[in-house]
Design a binder for this molecule. Structure first.
Ligand SMILES: NC(=O)C[C@H](N)C(=O)O
Length: 342
């Protein structure tokens, strides 16, 4: 559903499409005071109201806002993800837009950002932002995050850098970023560092990406109708094989095994992985520690088991990359190459 153009439009300002999807940035307090707290309802403030709440936006860009969803980001399903990717790709393909900003809940922002990073073939800036505090909170972070996201999307230096997440004055790559704190406004971090900062309203870049994305990615949302089902199983002491069996019975084509440090598989589950492969389920080894690569054939014989390792991807992004790889190939060696390439 597209709503009205949100700012008046003289001349040469960059033209930015804003796609609102809900989240805390569109949240309003329910507790009756402005102290930041968990007492709020997310996804209630409209796209146009969000834009109207940040007057400086009109100076930066000629914005056109639309409300695609109004949901908590926990409610992102693969179907919604595909719908969003199609919409963003369509907006990027329009010559009358220079970039896209997406407002999104923070809980699954890293998954959405990564999916767009791999499937939207564009050089135009695509920037996600959100908030840790609702708009009614004292020191709400949403307005400044939105201002910075539009500033980054509108700046020519942001082109060709893949999908970006702008939060708390930092510019992160969708390849790396993760939500790492449940409450603070500095909730997002990238293990290899942010790409840049928003300094006095302008992006300043400190590093670039080496892995393919957007236009150089082999995946294209135009060629993807559905995503194969991929499950994630988290490691802890006293694991049960029934969880893996349940995903296999549900039709999962791959399971991300979130092992201990280094993606370890407990001795009592080691025979299970080749069994899953024989049932047509690709096992992908990740680690639960949040940083660092999982190394192939270290502490587990991936060659013998037919499993692949995630490189340094976190489990939630590995789920999406495995699903995308499975749209192209069933071959474990090729899937392994995909993980090392992206
Ligand atoms: N800060 C947030 O946006 C959290 C919210 N539950 C969401 O992800 O939609």
């Amino acid at each position: 559903m597209t709503t009205a153009a949100s700012t008046s439009a003289p001349s040469a300002r960059p033209r930015i499409a804003l796609v609102a999807t809900g989240g805390t940035i569109a949240g309003a307090g329910t507790g009756g005071d402005a102290t930041p707290s968990a007492a709020y309802q997310s996804a209630v403030v409209t796209a146009d109201a969000l834009v109207a709440g940040v007057p400086g936006l009109a100076r930066l860009a000629d914005l056109r806002a639309e409300q695609l969803f109004q949901i908590d980001s926990a409610d992102f399903t693969d179907e919604r993800l595909l719908q969003l990717a199609r919409r963003v790709a369509a907006l990027c393909a329009q010559p009358d837009f220079d970039g896209v900003v997406i407002t999104h809940g923070t809980d699954t922002m890293e998954e959405t950002a990564y999916f767009l990073h791999l499937t939207v073939p564009t050089d135009k800036p695509v920037v996600l932002t959100g908030a840790m505090r609702p708009g009614t909170a004292l020191a709400a972070d949403g307005p400044v995050n939105l201002l910075h996201a539009v500033a980054v999307a509108a700046h020519p230096s942001s082109a060709g850098r893949g999908v970006l997440v702008v939060m708390n004055e930092q510019i992160h790559s969708a390849r790396d970023v993760a939500k790492v704190h449940a409450m603070r406004v500095d909730a997002f971090a990238s293990p290899h560092g942010a790409l840049g900062l928003v300094v006095e309203g302008t992006p300043r870049w400190y590093r670039g990406l080496t892995r393919p994305h957007t236009r150089t990615s082999e995946f294209d949302i135009a060629a993807i109708d559905t995503l194969p089902l991929v499950g994630v199983v988290a490691s802890h002491g006293n694991m049960r094989r029934e969880l893996y069996d349940a995903w296999a019975s549900a039709g999962a084509r791959a399971i991300v095994h979130v092992g201990f440090g280094g993606g370890t598989v407990p001795a009592y589950l080691q025979a299970l992985l080749p069994e899953l492969r024989d049932r047509g389920v690709q096992v992908v080894r990740a680690a639960r520690v949040g940083d660092g690569p999982v190394i192939r054939n270290a502490n587990y014989d991936d060659d013998a088991a037919g499993s692949v390792v995630v490189d340094d991807q976190n489990p939630q992004r590995a789920r999406l990359l495995a699903a995308l790889a499975l749209t192209r190939t069933q071959d474990a060696c090729e899937i392994q190459q995909v993980f090392w390439r992206y």
